[in-house]
Design a protein around this ligand. Structure first.
Ligand code: ADP
Ligand code: MG
Length: 625
């Protein structure tokens, strides 16, 4: 038996490991199962180049919890280690990593999760154990099995063991303050979290299965005991897209998110070899509640080992609404988030994913436009958000972002401009894009626009005000106005000045009458000579004010403090409507008529409520008498 001191300058490293990594104790299991997986994959590699001859068909990793003995065991059938290898890989190399780690992170106790990066993976075992044993037998012919023990001080012992089969067994003697990890449910939960898609089967106990035996009349159910395998070693993203059907992608979606019942809309299979390696499947989900968006997030893997489901800084913001997996060996495991975000490879990954997603969307748009239109309502928020936040995405998305008309036809912006340019260009040569945010609420305004033959598009996502601001800046001589921003004749001004039926004097008189009745703090009265059959009073809200308010409500772009402004409206008075004559000439009911016309205008903007509504109804009945 050899006794020795682990090659490290720090007197007692383990308390430090515990302290630094306090919040992340559970990763010990991922580290040890990863090592077992690596050891098995190495042997598979040797087999593939003919340096190992035995069958590896049924190799697996086994995790055992022995609550009575307070032990956790991780057993593999991989390449194993000789005494020399243990000395080299466990005693020396791993600890040189430990030194580097301590040096670098001495003062950063709150920045955990750096273990693997510095080759401290194996020693993470000491976060939960006060004694660790390695029993290993190398695959090499005639290799002698070894038994290494270390009790958390820099002293270890190394002796022969009688282990007869190939592979490594790690035994953790779980410390009292880590007793939680002796619960089967806890360990199973961790295995599912971190190792659900690792490439070597992981056994955790057994389970009962019913199986049909015999045939015909004699057939009966029989209970058999089988290995309880935690993981799917061949998840969909590791396969070739050409080997997968639509069903397979859907099945994998539910495997990834067992609590998710909705089907995804479509997926993007990522497969990159250059300039870095990356595979993955991203899904566009059906839009649902915000709560849902929070939980089933994109999961990040490194060689099928789960790293995190917080992909902030790795995947561009707007794509974080997607679901699915990304796997890249180039993503450093176990580094802090700030380190990850600053990493060059990670930055390239973000811009590459953006490009891939844009290309796939464009292909979908071109190849099956009907489906694309059908999905538009569910994906538009993501795309519109992307157009606003990523200039590169905008450049691509402007060719497939859709604008639905109120009649349910979908146009790209260029197509739409082409369609309406003749009718909706105003006298100054500006193309006016009319939009509505609510078909019902803005019905009377839409009605007026349609009566003139104009097209109205429906823009109802929460960031619309920002998007149209962007579109206006990208498209020269184009302006967006909501249908209720003014009377339609003012929204698209043509070269035909309307002749006023009223004299200037009467107009002034009328204005005074109206202003005496209408509350000044809410309405500013605007006298206009419109078509005689256009409504007498029309309430409008100027585009600029409303848009700025909306923008400041949804963050950025708008003016600070706009939210506190009260709602201001224009009251457009159509001086050519016959009612004006009636108001001017009325002897007693002037005020009643003005109020009635105002209330009717309010009704068409959905502004009539409460007491005002009651008064309106009373007055209407009176006027009918
Ligand atoms: P890393 O996995 O990053 O190399 P670790 O500290 O996790 O660092 O492991 C150190 C080394 O110990 C490994 O590189 C490997 O050579 C050896 N090792 C650890 N666990 C096993 C195992 N189960 N089978 C064979 N070798 C192992
Ligand atoms: Mg490791």
């Amino acid at each position: 038996m050899t006794k020795g001191t682990i090659n490290v300058t720090v007197e007692n490293i383990f308390p430090l490991i515990k302290k630094f990594l306090y919040s992340d104790h559970e990763i010990f299991l991922r580290e040890l199962v990863s090592n077992a997986t690596d050891a098995t994959l190495k042997l598979k590699h040797l087999a593939s180049i003919g340096e190992f001859k035995d069958s590896l068909d049924n190799v697996k990793i086994e995790v055992i919890v022995d609550k009575k003995k307070k032990q956790i065991k991780i057993i593999d059938q991989g390449i194993g280690m000789t005494a020399d290898e243990v000395k080299k890989y466990i005693n020396e190399i791993a600890f040189s990593g430990a030194e580097e780690f301590l040096d670098k992170y001495k003062d950063k106790g709150d920045d955990p999760g750096i273990i693997g990066h510095f080759g401290l993976g194996f020693y993470s075992a000491f976060m939960v154990a006060d004694k660790v044993e390695i029993i290993s037998k190398s695959f090499k012919e005639d290799a002698e099995a070894i038994h290494w023990t270390c009790d958390g001080s820099p002293n270890y012992s190394l002796e022969k063991s009688d282990k007869t089969d190939r592979g490594t067994e790690i035994i953790l003697h779980v410390s009292d303050d880590s007793k939680d990890f002796l619960e089967d449910s806890k360990i199973e939960g961790l295995l599912v979290k971190y190792n659900k898609f690792m490439p070597i089967p992981i056994k955790f106990g057994t389970r009962e299965e019913t199986k049909k035996v015999g045939e015909g009349d004699k057939a009966k159910d029989e209970k058999i005991t089988v290995d309880h395998i935690i993981n799917n070693p061949n998840p969909a993203w590791t396969k070739k897209p050409s080997d997968l059907q639509d069903e397979d992608y859907k099945k994998f979606y539910h495997e990834l998110y067992p609590m998710q019942f909705a089907e995804p809309l479509f997926n993007i299979h990522l497969n990159v070899d250059y300039p870095f390696h990356l595979t993955g499947i991203l899904y566009f989900p059906k839009l649902s509640s915000n709560l849902d968006m929070q939980k089933d997030r994109i999961q990040l893997y490194q060689n099928q080992v789960f790293v995190t489901d917080n992909v902030e800084g790795i995947v561009p913001d707007f794509l974080q609404m997607l679901k699915g997996v990304i796997d890249s060996p180039d993503i450093p495991l176990n580094v802090s988030r700030s380190y990850l975000q600053a990493d060059g490879a990670v930055k390239k990954i973000a811009s590459h994913i953006t490009k891939k997603v844009a290309d796939k969307l464009h292909a979908n748009f071109k190849n099956s436009r009907q489906d694309f239109e059908k999905n538009w309502n569910d994906i538009k928020v993501i795309i519109e958000y992307g157009m606003l936040s990523e200039p590169k995405f905008y450049e691509k998305a402007k060719d497939f972002a859709l604008f639905p008309t109120l009649d349910g036809a979908y146009f790209t912006f260029d197509e739409f401009k082409e369609k309406v340019k003749d009718l909706q260009t105003d006298k100054d040569g500006k193309l006016v894009v009319l939009y509505a945010s609510d078909k019902d609420k803005q019905h009377s305004y839409i009605f007026d626009a349609k009566a003139k033959g104009y097209e109205v598009i429906l823009l109802d996502s929460p960031i619309v005000s920002h998007l149209i601001q962007k579109l206006e800046s990208e498209n020269e001589n184009t302006t967006f106005v909501r249908v209720d921003a003014d009377h339609i004749e003012n929204l698209i001004k043509k070269e035909d000045p309307k002749i006023s039926k009223l004299s200037d004097e009467d107009k002034e008189k009328l204005k005074t009458i109206i202003e005496e009745v209408v509350p000044k703090e809410t309405y500013s009265v605007q006298m206009e000579a419109l078509d005689s059959d256009a409504n007498p009073f029309i309430i409008t809200q100027p585009e600029f004010m409303r848009r700025m308010k909306e923008m400041s409500a949804t963050g950025g772009g708008g003016m600070m403090g706009m939210n506190n402004f009260p709602d201001m409206y224009n009251l457009v008075v159509n001086t050519n409507n016959d009612l004006m004559d009636k108001i001017l000439k009325a002897k007693t009911n002037k005020e009643k008529y003005v109020n009635q016309a105002l209330d009717l205008a309010k009704l068409s903007q959905n502004l009539l409520k409460g007491e005002a509504l009651t008064n309106f109804i009373k007055r209407s009945f009176e006027l009918m008498k």
